[in-house]
Design a protein around this ligand. Structure first.
Ligand SMILES: Nc1nc2c(c(=O)[nH]1)N[C@H]1C(S)=C(S)[C@@H](COP(=O)(O)OP(=O)(O)OC[C@H]3O[C@@H](n4cnc5c(=O)[nH]c(N)nc54)[C@H](O)[C@@H]3O)O[C@H]1N2
Ligand SMILES: Nc1nc2c(c(=O)[nH]1)N[C@H]1C(S)=C(S)[C@@H](COP(=O)(O)OP(=O)(O)OC[C@H]3O[C@@H](n4cnc5c(=O)[nH]c(N)nc54)[C@H](O)[C@@H]3O)O[C@H]1N2
Ligand SMILES: [Mo]
Length: 656
């Protein structure tokens, strides 16, 4: 995007072909919102930067003296630039020396990341350029609604399209075939389709033999999932499952793509592996013109999970418990490897532990609004309130900032330089386009100021380019290797897809063409069994609820609820309900209802949708309170919460 006097104009770029969604068109309204934070706040009162930072540092030192290094925690975001994500991870490990850091990406793509690591040995959302999809003749899209969540992406889906979504979304409207499974049964559906691939003679045996391992072990489970059995669990007709197998097998160029609908489950990692197994059986990954991919979400969803703001991670997508990785990164940082803490708690576990006897007493938040976006939000809010110190860096007064002892006003996207890595693993350079309002600092300046006051006067430069150069060095030899990327190459307009392991390297637009990222070069079938959602409806909570997004709002809504045009489009929480279900609950279209679960309740306006499954209600999570109902059951591998399924009841709203 470029800014001009007429607002935001789309720039010609292959991923969005000059298209821009409604949020993009109105994002300049956010730059000038009257709610913009322009002064540090201490307990709600404007103070100077010096006063605010001195207060923060004094509290951090006091907490760490009394409770140890892990007494202070950090929570980051996938919207942060690569440079900020890197600096934040380094700040936690080198300055605070706390293990307690994680970020909202844990809520976002962590299951797909874990599944990709298990199957391919590496996690890059799309291991091919998005333009490759233009030549596809069949795409299977699972749990994704890009017509609302990534409108510019839709132009790459001109092929045959099969959509798996319990709702008839705007995306599903455009599909050749739409399958509406019961919530949380994707894994069983993938097993049924995979069974049909093998039983009906579509298995790519040469590919399986040459490029994979683990088929036999996987088949021991899938053999028992004939499509009629999968039909009983998912509600998808066996004939449709066989049709999907046939459509994908007969396509010249086919892709399988997943997003949050299949991932945000207590078995999301296994579910994604089941879809990868299907793609492997058809011989798609690592073959030019076909593949498996996962759609990222936030502005820097991909880069945000590579540079070390994750609890178990060091820059370059390295593991923090790997002695070689620790030694290398310690060398770059100029610290003793022993001083780098070990792995910390995952996002929800971290939020859940705040202010508890063994949990952190202080928290620094950069780029997230967990009061709205974390599962079991009322409990998370209580934990935040129990802290001795809550610091939030933001440019709007988010619900989390409103609870903070100290609010630090920072620049937003157009007001700073930095890089992002998009869903294809391509590193994009963003120029500074606007001067920030006076009184506002960049996140890098905040980290520099805090580090300096905490006795670390080197290693936290405020120049994004300097941070990037260090990030590139720290990533050298790692999985996400940026060592050959530089601002000068990016400014010159080079299209660089990681890994870019040396200065002259052209980058890697297509991965896996020769081998997968394991020593034997082979992809892994992962033997996974269907288990289903952690919580099921019963007499008290008889309905399934799922949550997700609508076109007009972004995430926790902290930004988009401030933009009048967007608020007009979608002004309040609503719940989509099948008309029969609404009738049984005694609520009518346009009326207010209470949606409650075992954890809490939210008020929402009823929107009757006759294409919805009668057993499912849908709530967009962009408004405070929706996450009071969601279930923090975590995937055992990725620690991703089950945002996409919980048991609820629907009642008429009663003003009390
Ligand atoms: N307008 C808008 N765009 C956004 C965002 C936003 O907040 N607003 N956020 C961005 C971010 S961070 C992300 S992560 C992406 C997310 O992008 P998407 O993954 O496309 O968005 P969601 O709406 O969370 O979920 C997609 C679909 O999953 C379906 N679903 C629910 N349960 C299941 C299930 O059990 N199985 C299957 N197969 N599907 C299920 C829902 O009905 C929903 O239509 O969007 C990005 N783009
Ligand atoms: N029920 C339910 N809950 C969900 C989901 C769901 O599908 N259903 N999806 C989950 C997903 S996929 C995601 S990604 C999360 C997102 O949820 P959040 O992590 O809450 O994301 P945002 O609303 O984007 O919050 C980002 C905050 O950081 C600020 N910010 C933005 N950029 C910067 C920056 O550069 N620096 C600083 N300091 N601040 C910045 C914004 O103004 C905003 O207040 O929600 C998760 N929660
Ligand atoms: Mo996300």
């Amino acid at each position: 995007m470029v800014l001009s006097e007429n607002g935001v104009q789309p720039r010609e770029f292959p991923t969005n072909r000059g298209g821009l969604c409604q949020k993009g068109w109105t994002s300049d309204q956010l730059l000038t919102t009257p709610s913009r934070l322009t002064s540090p706040l201490l307990h709600g009162k404007p103070v100077t930067w010096g006063t605010a930072l001195d207060f923060v540092v004094d509290r951090i030192e006091r907490i760490q003296r009394n409770y140890g290094r892990d007494g202070v925690a950090v929570f980051g975001g996938g919207g942060l630039t690569n440079e900020k994500a890197y600096a934040l991870g380094k700040f936690a490990r080198v300055v605070l020396r706390t293990s307690q850091i994680d970020y909202n990406g844990r809520f976002c793509m962590s299951s797909a990341a874990a599944a990709g690591n298990r199957a391919f040995g590496v996690d890059r959302g799309l291991p091919f350029p998005v333009m490759d999809l233009d030549d596809a003749d069949m795409v299977l899209l699972v749990g994704a609604n890009p017509a609302e969540t990534m409108p510019p992406f839709m132009q790459h889906l001109r092929s045959g399209l099969i959509v798996v979504d319990p709702r008839r979304t705007a995306t599903a409207e455009q599909a050749t075939l739409h399958l509406q499974p019961a919530l949380g049964t994707d894994l069983a559906l993938a097993l049924g389709i995979l069974h049909a691939v093998v039983a009906d003679g579509h298995l790519d045996q040469d590919y399986v033999k040459a490029r994979t391992t683990g088929f036999d072990e996987m088949w021991r489970i899938v053999a028992a999932w004939w499509p009629e059995r999968a039909e009983r669990v998912t509600g998808i007709a066996a004939t449709d499952q066989r049709a999907v197998a046939r459509m994908l097998a007969n396509a010249r160029n086919a892709y399988v793509l997943t997003a949050r609908g299949t991932e945000q489950h207590a078995n999301g990692t296994n579910a994604v592996n089941a879809w990868i197994n299907l793609a492997l059986a058809l011989g798609l990954p690592g073959r030019k013109g076909s593949g498996f991919g996962c759609l990222t979400g936030q502005g820097n969803g991909q880069g945000g999970r590579e540079h070390g703001q994750k609890a178990d991670q060091l820059p370059g997508y390295r593991k923090i418990d790997d002695p070689d990785a620790r030694a290398y990164v310690a060398g770059v940082w100029g610290v003793d490897p022993q001083s780098i803490p070990g792995p910390g708690r995952s996002a929800y576990e971290l939020l859940d532990s705040l202010g508890q006897p063994h949990g952190p007493r202080g928290l620094l938040v950069f780029g997230s609004n967990p009061v709205v976006s974390a599962p079991r939000a009322a409990h998370v809010t209580d934990r935040l309130k129990a802290l001795d110190l809550l610091v939030v860096a933001d440019f709007v007064p988010s619900e989390t900032a409103q609870l903070a002892d100290v609010v630090l006003p920072v620049t937003q996207w157009a007001e700073e330089e930095g890089t992002l890595t998009n869903l294809e693993g391509r590193v994009l350079h963003r120029r500074l386009a606007l001067r920030p309002p006076p009184g506002v600092w960049t996140d890098l300046e905040v980290l520099h100021g805090l580090a300096d006051r905490l006795g670390v006067d080197k290693g936290f430069p405020v120049s994004a380019e300097e941070v990037f150069d260090e990030l590139a060095l720290a990533s050298a030899g790692g999985i996400a290797d940026y060592s050959g990327v530089s601002y000068s190459r990016l400014r010159a307009g080079e299209a660089l897809y990681w890994p870019v392991p040396e200065a002259g390297h052209p980058g890697t637009p297509r991965m896996f063409l020769d081998s997968f990222a394991f020593p034997d070069g082979r992809a892994r079938f992962v033997a996974v069994e269907h288990t289903g959602p952690a919580e099921r409806p019963d007499a008290e909570f008889p309905l399934w609820a799922t949550t997700g997004r609508v076109l007009a709002h972004y995430q926790s809504g902290a930004q988009t609820r401030l933009v009048p045009d967007l608020l007009d489009a979608t002004p309040e929480s609503f719940v989509e309900v099948h008309p029969d279900t609404a009738g049984r609950a005694g609520v009518a279209d346009g009326e207010l209802a209470t949606v409650s679960s075992r954890r809490g309740a939210v008020r929402a306006r009823v929107k009757c949708v006759s294409s919805l499954r009668p057993d499912v209600v849908f709530l967009p999570f962009h408004f405070p309170g929706v996450n009071k109902v969601t279930n923090p059951a975590l995937d055992p591998t990725s620690r991703m919460p089950e945002f996409k399924v919980c048991a609820v009841r629907l009642d008429p709203w009663e003003d009390s």
